[in-house]
Write a protein that binds this ligand. Sequence first.
Ligand code: ATP
Ligand code: MG
Length: 344
Amino acid sequence: MAFKPLVFSGVQPTGNLHLGNYLGAIKKFVSLQESHDCIYCVVDLHAITVWQDPTELPRAIREVTAAFIACGIDPKKQIVFNQSQVAEHAELAWVFNCVARLGWLNRMTQFKEKAGKDRENASVGLYAYPALMAADILVYRATHVPVGEDQKQHLELSRDIAQKFNNDFITSIAARGFDDAFFPLPEPLIQGPATRVMSLRDGTRKMSKSEPSDQSRINLTDDADTIALKIRRAKTDPDALPSDEKGLENRPEADNLVGIYAALADHSKADVLKQFGGAQFSTFKNALVELTVAKLSPINAEMRRLVADPPHIDAVLADGSSRAQVLAADTMKGVKDIVGLVRR
Ligand code: ATP
Ligand code: MG
């Protein structure tokens, strides 16, 4: 069966949005609007899989919403909302908890990293996170999911869940007239030079909201001086920049900064190295500061303007949630009929 192309993705309101979120995800959300219908979600139910201060969480939800809009997502043309306002996400996640296998979830590296050594003390929600993520996507029967490289494994699990649901219920799906597949197998969109932006302090670690050191990341809310300071202090090696991509091998910090420059400038890494090959890092960092400030300043200013008006943000989320819910409720009706749950 051919599914209508539809883009879905989400960002957690877990703290400071950073350059990795922008280049790996939100910048792509913006360009996909040109070619696709898109649903962009502030995934607050994912955020609470680790502790969130209830006095801080509403601000974080509104800030991610503001970032979506400030970066260029049009909430009138597309759907922008927060996950907890559409209960069908959690409802479908339960069904998927019953489809996914323990063995599948046991392989998830994000759980291992986030749970750390004290795994017994991690929340059940953190463990079941990928089943909720599959529900987020599939409750809209979305076909394309722009994400950073770190989410590749979860996307593969979403495909496995969709496939197993389609197989387990094949007879019931056909009996309800849904052709041979009820859910599409969603495709990850992970492309370009910045699918995994690394920490500025350690080229082997991902830039993350939840990393304690603020020096490790560039926040979308950082001002020009802070951005300049963080980039100038970013870890590098003593050599000059290479003139081709092969020369970036085993130089994770150099590779990271070149990738950031390339993504911000909409060039390839090869193009950036043609321009800066042979240059010292001091020279390259100056150019990177200038480019980063030029790209992030307007976003930063617009985010500030938007977060100063919480009722406006809340109205955007309420409108998006109502539109999303119509679609999600329709999928849930189908799911209930297929599984055999009696409904009104
Ligand atoms: P947390 O540390 O709380 O998990 P996060 O920084 O990983 O926060 P998420 O909200 O989990 O942010 O992810 C939102 C989107 O940003 C996802 O598509 C994710 O793949 C992408 N992303 C996150 N970090 C990076 C990064 N360093 N480089 C590229 N993309 C990233
Ligand atoms: Mg994450």
